[in-house]
Design a protein around this ligand. Structure first.
Ligand code: GDP
Ligand code: IMO
Ligand code: MG
Length: 427
């Protein structure tokens, strides 16, 4: 029975939260499989707006069991802040499950994130400062703290000692910061143990049993394809696998169980933080997209960099993720433009590239080759079927579909839950 993966196709903020919410009343589990509270998903339900960071967007759907799986890094303080804020707004958060194998973000990860960024100077990544990179580095270095370690004080103390051993030398001698006390970290973490106990589970087992029983599980990716640590614009990426393969390793559900891969893609492109972005605009068109699309980060409030749609990136996302369906979002933002450029290939120092170049320097030097499509001026926010869209908007979607390597099954025409045109059912 259906296991569905939902990922971002570009550099994040495509509207994954809204797409998850759209499926919320028809799925039994929503699983976050990568990243942490670097994500920012805005979901608009009626006149209520929710900003989720660490929790899967499915927590807003009453029937859903939200799961934080093993591939996630969990800042426990943020976890309880977010749970309390949602509870106070009447959201039932009691069903949340967290993998015993998920790693923990602590204060020293946040500190290291900030100091390493500062030391990188001009070469900085522009991270969200949430400790994501250092927590994943500890995981790969095998000095991470996992959820299950919190339930044995002796083990926890040994592991925190192990983790801080080198870091304190680094903080003191290289970064000129104070050393971090093992006791402080351990006491802080132990303070959460009783509240965590009922949530922590073998989520891989739970999810496989749910699939065996014919239930529907949606795996919601944080970040996006071009921020994936293997397939994105390294080193200007996040530290996890945000592509569909990450749903398997990040949850303990095997690749052959996935039935469908949905990628969410914006009708134009945005990026937060540093790194290459071929279609980036520095003129009034870029400003238009930023203000019409309200492109300011949900997590850090930073203005997002904006640019036109990049078809080679969409094709790349289709290939890397095995996309079966795209959800095209924010088509309404393009209303009012006379002509809409779409990048169909790149020029790299005189050579044409039809696909995303594997060499990072080439991608840095890529200038877009555009095709211009006619725009429309009619308000499309009320469209609920494809034929409600003006001809030029329909043609824009069909042209993108043609270039992007998979069908465009749903089209977002506004931030609200019902502002969507469904062409092919997603479940
Ligand atoms: P995520 O990180 O992929 O979940 O995306 P974000 O929530 O960070 O950013 C997407 C923003 O676009 C949010 O503010 C959404 O409410 C909004 N949004 C999503 N779909 C649409 C759409 O079709 N039209 C418009 N105008 N806004 C949308
Ligand atoms: P959602 O899930 C957009 C970016 C940061 C930075 C880089 C590394 O809302 O789409 P990190 O803190 O992860 O080490 O930062 O990745 N980044 C995002 N950009 N949307 C996100 O999440 C992002 N999560 C991380 O801006 O460039
Ligand atoms: Mg976001």
């Amino acid at each position: 029975m259906p296991a569905i993966v939902l990922v971002g196709a570009q550099w994040g903020d495509e509207g994954k939260g809204k797409a998850t919410d759209l499926l919320g009343d028809r799925v039994d589990y929503v699983v976050k499989f990568n990243g942490g509270n670097n994500a920012g998903h805005t979901v608009v339900i009626g006149d209520q707006k929710y900003a989720l960071h660490l929790l899967p967007s499915g927590i807003l759907s009453p029937g859903v069991v939200p799961v934080i799986a093993n591939g996630v890094v969990v800042d426990i303080e943020v976890l309880f802040d977010e749970l309390e804020a949602l509870s106070a707004r009447g959201v039932d958060v009691s069903r949340l499950l967290i993998s015993a194998n998920a790693h923990v973000i602590t204060g020293y990860h946040r500190t290291l994130d900030r100091v390493t960024e500062r030391f990188l100077g001009k070469r900085q990544i522009g991270t969200t400062g949430r400790g994501i990179g250092p927590a994943y580095a500890d995981k790969i270095n095998r000095v991470g703290i996992r959820m299950q370690d919190l339930f044995d004080e002796n083990i926890l103390r040994q592991k925190v000692e192990g983790a801080l051993d080198q870091k304190n030398h680094l903080l003191l001698k290289v970064y000129n910061r104070r050393a971090i006390s093992v006791d402080e970290v351990v006491d802080d973490l132990l303070g959460y143990v009783e509240r965590l106990r009922p949530m922590v589970a073998d989520t891989g087992l739970v999810l496989n049993q749910a699939l065996d029983a014919g239930q529907t599980v949606l795996f919601e990716g944080g970040q996006a394809t071009m921020l994936d640590v293997d397939h994105g614009t390294y080193p200007f990426v996040t530290s996890s696998n945000a592509t569909s393969g990450g749903a398997a390793t990040g949850s303990g559900v095997a690749p052959n169980r996935f039935d469908r891969v949905i990628a969410v893609v914006k009708a134009y492109t945005t990026r937060v933080g540093s790194g290459p972005f071929p279609t980036e605009l520095f003129d009034e068109s870029g400003e238009f997209l930023r203000s019409a699309g309200f492109e300011f980060g949900t997590t850090t409030g930073r203005p997002r960099r904006t640019g036109w749609y990049d078809a080679p990136i969409a094709r790349y996302a289709a290939r890397i993720n095995g996309v079966t369906d795209f959800v095209l979002t924010k088509l309404d933002v393009l209303t009012g433009l006379e002509r809409i450029p779409v990048c169909v290939a790149y020029d790299v120092d005189g050579t044409r590239f039809d696909e995303v170049p594997v060499n990072q320097s080439d991608f840095h030097h890529a200038t877009p080759i555009y095709e211009e499509l006619p725009g429309w001026s009619e308000d499309i926010t009320g469209a609920r079927s494809f034929t409600d869209l003006p001809k030029a908007a329909q043609d824009y979607v069909l042209a993108l579909e043609q270039m992007s390597g998979s069908r465009m099954s749903a089209i977002g025409v506004g931030p609200g839950r019902d502002a969507i045109v469904v062409r092919h059912d997603l479940l």
